[in-house]
Unconditional design. Sequence first.
Length: 623
Amino acid sequence: GLPQAGDEYDFYRSFPGFQEFCETAFADMENMVCLALMQHHGCRAHMRDHNKLTGLEERFDLVVDSNDVILEKVGILLDEADGVNRSQQPVMPAGFQPPKIVVSSWNRKVDSKRGSETFRLLHAKNITRPQLKFKEKIDNSNTPFIPKIFIKPNAIKPLPSYFTNKQIRKERPEDLDVPAALADLIHQQRTQEHVEDMFAHPYQYELDHLTVPERMLSKPEPQMYKPMAETKCSFIDTLEDLVALNEKLCRLSEFAVDLEHHSYRSFLGITCLMQISTRDEDFIIDTLELRSEMYILNEAFTDPAVIKVFHGADSDIEWLQKDLGLYVVNLFDTHQASRALNLARHSLDHLLKFFCNVDSDKRYQLADWRIRPLPDEMFQYARADTHYLLYIYDCLRVQLLDFNHGQPGLLQSVWNKSRDISLKRYVKPIFTEESYLELQRKQKRSFNTQQLTAFRLLFAWRDKLARQEDESTGYVLPNHMMIKISEELPKEPQGIIACCNPVPPLVRQQVTELHLLVKEARDIPLLKVRGGEEIIMFRSLTAAQVKASQIIESFHNPFRMYLPSKDVHVNKNAKFDPSTKIYEISKRWKLQSTEQQQKEMEAKRKAREEAKELAKKVSGKGH
């Protein structure tokens, strides 16, 4: 019932009663989120300083961080519920009582006949990892991503020879033991090709010169979708069916696309399913089975005469490039159209309800899309994401033109933003020695040098193991557990286990190595970051360590000779080193202070004597 953003909201905001209502509602909601939910899960719920300029952004960061923590716990608990380490009990401190697990309403089904509630986990038990049967091994190496494309349909500018010779380069015997991305880089250096061509968007030129036809800027007549029960739906899992589908799509003027992705049990994530809907049919493509052949669809996906309708395509565009070698030319993003119209909400759920009066079933939003064979309820859920999208696309174009009094300017801006999304390039996560700092700053935790060293070592260990085992970093060691271990610095392996609830499988396997990393962090001098400077805290340091610290600091601060010695913080009774400038300055100040004190005392003594003499004279006159 709240007014929409814009002039309507600003008008209501001018009334004190509405302002008071908004502030009260916000306070109640903040208390529910911060106190009832975030604190329950051990998340930081309050800001340290309420800055009016950055307060909203900081609150948003708190909610995002808490969501990460809670969803990581959900993933681990679901994984354990599927039978992982079911026979093993985590080692916990004596007297520890694990919290009760409450199943949320999104996964709760009410049996109307029995009147009772039943719950259903959405993860498959002992699922076979689909990565094992991929023809092309997943490249988790710490090297940049290079496009997989080697054939460029609908090209205006030809594909560089680097990509066209890709199949030949794969057979080079001298590069068999080298990761694919590194082999590509070596080949580029051998042939002296340009690095820009190697990492560029293959369809950059075509997208830069794409023009929207006049017919797409005119008002359409919305074409009503068919009922799902009357619409044919095909499951595509063979090469022959995929080729036939591509030929069918190339003859159309538009079709709708969506993807289902899995990221918890894979380092880079896996595209598990693709849904395509035309005006007459729906298609569900098994991208796990056809992963190496999906490039065939580039003929339809890059045809500028065929419009591809997505909703919220930012991630989809990257997943298509990363996993399937697919690119999109002539994209229309209904999410961008919803934003341009300033609708109340921009989710696909809202558009389905608003235009089609269809309630989306979100019980399968967190489902494991690697499950094969695909359950019928998940099949129908995936199908619904694109079945209505072409009708929504028609309605949004009509509203964009009506909203702008029939002028195509607003509609043209949506096409332009959609084209910008098509130009996005997938960028592989690259590990550097400073990668941990971004996460550490995001958590807004104050670490001493021992804790920060442990955090850095654990971050590097987690990244290496995740790449090696092809697991997400959240599966290997969730952020909140890594932070707790870094803060506690357990002295024994059992202490590391106690910091994790539930214990990730790879942590239990590698607890000895983790303990060595924590021990390495505990052995360094204890420093704390305060005001941008490192200050030595009380700890027994050898003379060599103190001297080494002083030498290192002399390189960082040229004014070190004028500052008090660090020994003052270690021993309050320590004297200044006579060889330093500070000793001379302090001695001079001390002499000046002594002379000043003597002068003041002499002046006070004279003043007292003069006062006594004056008192005697006054007393004599009185008699």
